[in-house]
Ligand binder design. Structure first.
Ligand SMILES: Nc1nc2c(c(=O)[nH]1)N[C@H]1C(S)=C(S)[C@@H](COP(=O)(O)O)O[C@H]1N2
Ligand SMILES: [Mo]
Length: 177
């Protein structure tokens, strides 16, 4: 897939360093380089950001997105039967990487579904941008390329239907305000 990319490699190394420093981690993530995407863009982030790699936006291909630490959420959902194993990256890691400044994140899907999500959700809960479910990459024909997944089974308040609207599937854009 991807040949050796020194910038991305450096990025991964710095991330490992940043995330082992815990308390200093967030400010360190903001100073990571954000190289331009080299492959199909699966997520565009715009709005109140301090880091950009395409014009005044931050665009991610799969390799760039998954340079962030992998995170699993095992949970039931309102649209599937039983527990699913989701894999992705923490939304707050992504927001920290791009230097997001706002209180609201507007999420847009390929099917033109749009919803505003309070940025606090991503600080309070380990919400992920899932790219994989039960070991299979989510495709645009299904719920992909990305699905916002809340750790619903771990936190009682996340079982409120208010949160179901925020599980945006076919996600491809975030706007920080
Ligand atoms: N892309 C996209 N994501 C979406 C929706 C949608 O229409 N499109 N519907 C939301 C709503 S209102 C709910 S309750 C849950 C489940 O929606 P579904 O039952 O239409 O799959 O997904 C949310 N995420
Ligand atoms: Mo809904």
């Amino acid at each position: 897939m991807l040949g050796f990319n020194p910038l991305l490699f450096l990025g991964r190394l710095m991330l490992v360093g940043a995330f082992t420093l815990s308390s200093a981690a967030w400010s360190a993530v903001e100073r990571l380089p954000l190289p331009p995407p080299q492959h199909d863009v699966i997520l565009q982030v715009r709005g109140a950001l301090t880091q950009h790699n395409v014009g005044d936006e931050a665009h991610f291909d799969f390799d760039l997105l998954t340079a962030l630490p992998a995170r699993q959420v095992v949970t039931s959902t309102s649209v599937t039967d039983g527990e699913q194993v989701f894999e992705g990256v923490l939304v707050r890691d992504l927001l920290d990487w791009v230097g997001a400044q706002g209180n609201v994140v507007e999420a847009s899907a390929l099917n033109d579904y749009v919803i505003e999500i309070p940025a606090d959700d991503f600080r309070e809960y380990d919400v992920i941008l899932a790219h994989t479910m039960n070991g299979e990459r989510l495709s645009a024909r299904d719920k992909g390329p990305l699905w916002i997944v809340y750790p619903r089974d771990e936190v009682d308040e996340l079982q409120d239907i208010r949160y179901d609207y925020r599980w945006v599937w076919q996600l491809h854009k975030l706007e920080v305000r």
